[in-house]
Structures are given as C-alpha cells and as structure tokens.
Design a protein around this ligand. Structure first.
Ligand SMILES: O=C(COP(=O)(O)O)[C@@H](O)[C@H](O)[C@H](O)COP(=O)(O)O
Length: 360
C-alpha cells in the first residue's frame, strides 16, 4: 500500500525538480483512468476531491474507491487530497475518511464566495495546520483570490468561487505577505493567485504576462525557495479537445487555458502541484459526444465511458510526462502518517524560510 502525504511527495518533487498534476475525481471511471496512466509511466499521483465531489459521490464511496485503486496499484504512491476545504470541519472529516492532505482555502470565507481578510486566513489556516499535523497529514493554504485579471471576476464552479469584482491587489499574491503567511501558518504547500481561474473560460486570448502573471510565481519562489507552490486553474483547455467537443454538437465558445509551457516554466520556479480538472472533464465529454453522434442507437453506458476513460488516460499520461512526474514512483519510499506526525512534532518539517535547502 502506498498512501503518501502531499508533503512527502512534494519534498521529493522539489529534490528532483518535477511537478505533480493533481487530478480531480468524482467517480470510478476517472479513478481507473488516472491510476492506469500513472502505472503506465511510473508516476506518483495526487487525486483530489472537492466538496462538490464529496457530496456527489459520498465520502464512504470515495474512500472505498481510493482503497480499491491503492490495492490495484500498490507500487504507485497515491496522495488523496481535499480540494478547497472551506472550514475546519470539512478538513477534519476528510482526514477521517483517509485523505492524507487537505487544502484549507482561507482566501475565502466559509461560504466560499466572500473574499476573506488576511488575519482570518492566517487564523483558520493555522488551526487546520495544527490539527492535520497532529496526525501527520499535510495542509495546502491559499493566499490571494483566484480570478481573472481580464475582468476581475472569480468563477462559480459548484458554488465555489468569489462573487463580484476584485482588484489586482486581491487577484495577485503579494510576495512579502506570502513569506509572512508561510511563517505564521506553517503550511506544507502554498496556492498562489496569478490570474488563473477554474473552468474552461480563463482567458479571451492566448495569455501573455498581462493576464497570466508568471512573474508572481518567480518572485515568490525567489523569496520562498523551499516552499512548494501550487497552481490552481491550470487546465490548458487544448484546442483539439475544444474542436472535438464542437465537432460533435457541443457549443463551446473559443477560449484559452494555461499553456503547458507556462506550467513547465512554473515548475522551474517552485511550482510542485498543478491542479487540472477542466481538461479531464473536456476529454471525457468530447468522447461522450462523439459516441452519441456517431452511434445514435447506442445506449450501453460502457460504450460511452470506455472511450472517455481512454481519452482521460491519454491526457493524464501527457501531463505526467510533460511535468517530469513520470519515472518517479519507484524512487519513493512512502513514510507513514505516524512518522510524519513525529517529524512535525520534532520541528523537522517547519518552514525553512530564506534557506536554500529543502526541509528534511
Ligand atoms: O483548480 C482546479 C481545476 O482547475 P481547472 O478548471 O482544471 O483549470 C480545481 O482546484 C477546482 O477546485 C475543481 O475543478 C473544482 O471542482 P468542483 O468543485 O466543480 O468539483
């Protein structure tokens, strides 16, 4: 069995200079495809579930599905991560169901719609860090609010996302504040805001530095060289998938995502976790549409799901290869949660601010 914490996995990624895609899961087919891709290229995996996924699939179903995937692929280190926890209880119950890592998104209030102030974010994140570290689980915090630098709005996926318009100050993580935040909260990974947002409609044109501020990643990394950075909203929304979706009856207006080469640039500057969900959805949905249009008499769900899983597997494998994750699973010897808890208690995993070496 190889259930790994986010902290151990990202420490390994930092040592070897690679990034790890975090793919969202809601059902068995996604889990099977992601793990088959990982097994095919020997990549460690982050599978994440949002609050929406937890209510869609039920915690018991999700937990048992992950147990099954782990049993089927014992050689693949698998981190189960909570995506966008909104309050302490959401994080605590996730850990109870086998999540080895949680995100406490204190950039928003518990309603997941209202931008929170800095002190609120520090307080709630610090409380979740204390609780998670007692049992050895990891915590990702977020500083800065996700949203578009083009129009100032967030996104409303499954009810999660800021409402109203925000200023560039709120939409771009402040590097000085990032240093203070990591010191005060002791998070294991830090999600930062630099113009990405969730969903398919990120940019109205191919992004340049005005609307995708990769310079913010570089600046934060130069001040926090030992902190694992996280890019949310990092689907690339590939043109071939948009075209296929539309070719088979879809109506997706032309849109642009985060180019893979920009993510690779981020990985060179401390980005270790890269959140990708929209691309996975689009790959599957385009495959469904193709079957629906080409085989109009088809009604066996497996005939829709099989090509959708094939498409998702291919996409995941591409990202494992592009981010350098491939080939690293066999190099990792998983440390169990109690030992991680002991290391936290001993202070061995405290943030190393300003030093050039990774935490032990
Ligand atoms: O960053 C993310 C996805 O980015 P993406 O849209 O793929 O560019 C995730 O963290 C989102 O939280 C996830 O897609 C939301 O899922 P639901 O809340 O809709 O389940």
């Amino acid at each position: 069995m190889a259930r790994i914490t986010l902290r151990q996995l990202l420490d390994h990624a930092a040592e070897r200079g690679y990034g790890v895609p975090a793919f969202n899961i809601n059902n068995m087919e996604q889990g099977l495809a992601i793990m088959e891709a990982a097994a095919a290229c020997d990549a460690p995996v982050i599978i994440q579930a949002s609050r929406g996924a937890r209510s869609y699939a039920n915690d018991i179903m999700l937990a048992k599905m992950i147990d099954a995937l782990e049993e089927m692929h014992p050689q693949i280190p698998l981190c189960l991560h909570l995506d966008h926890g909104n309050e302490e209880a959401t994080c605590a119950t996730a850990i109870r169901y086998g999540f080895t890592s949680v995100m406490m998104d204190g950039s928003l209030k518990a309603d997941a719609k209202t931008a929170a102030d800095y002190d609120y974010n520090v307080d709630i994140t610090r409380r979740v860090v204390d609780m998670a570290h007692w049992v050895g689980a990891s915590v990702e915090g977020e500083l800065g609010v996700l949203g578009s630098l083009e129009h100032g709005g967030g996104e409303q996926e499954d009810g999660h996302g800021v409402e109203g318009k925000l200023s560039h100050d709120q939409l771009l993580t402040d590097p000085d504040q990032a240093v203070d935040f990591v010191r005060a909260t002791k998070v294991d990974a830090l999600a930062i805001a630099m113009g990405t947002s969730h969903g398919a409609y990120k940019f109205t044109r191919r992004p340049d530095g005005e609307i995708l501020a990769m310079r913010v990643v570089e600046e934060i990394h130069s001040r926090l060289p030992n902190t694992h950075l996280v890019m949310h909203g990092s689907s690339s929304v590939p043109q071939p998938l948009q075209d296929m979706f539309n070719q088979f009856g879809g109506e997706m207006p032309q849109t642009w995502g985060v180019p893979v080469e920009e993510i690779v640039r981020g990985i060179k500057h401390g980005v270790r976790k890269v959140n990708i969900d929209t691309d996975c959805r689009l790959a599957m949905a385009a495959a469904f549409r193709k079957v629906a249009v080409q085989s109009k008499s088809e009604f066996d769900p497996r005939k829709f799901l099989k090509p959708a899983m094939d498409a998702l597997r291919e996409l995941c494998r591409d990202r494992f290869e592009q981010f350098g994750t491939a080939g690293n699973a066999a190099r990792i010897k998983v440390v169990a949660l109690p030992e991680m808890a002991r290391r936290y208690r001993a202070g061995a995993l405290d943030p190393q601010i300003g030093k050039m070496t990774q935490a032990a």
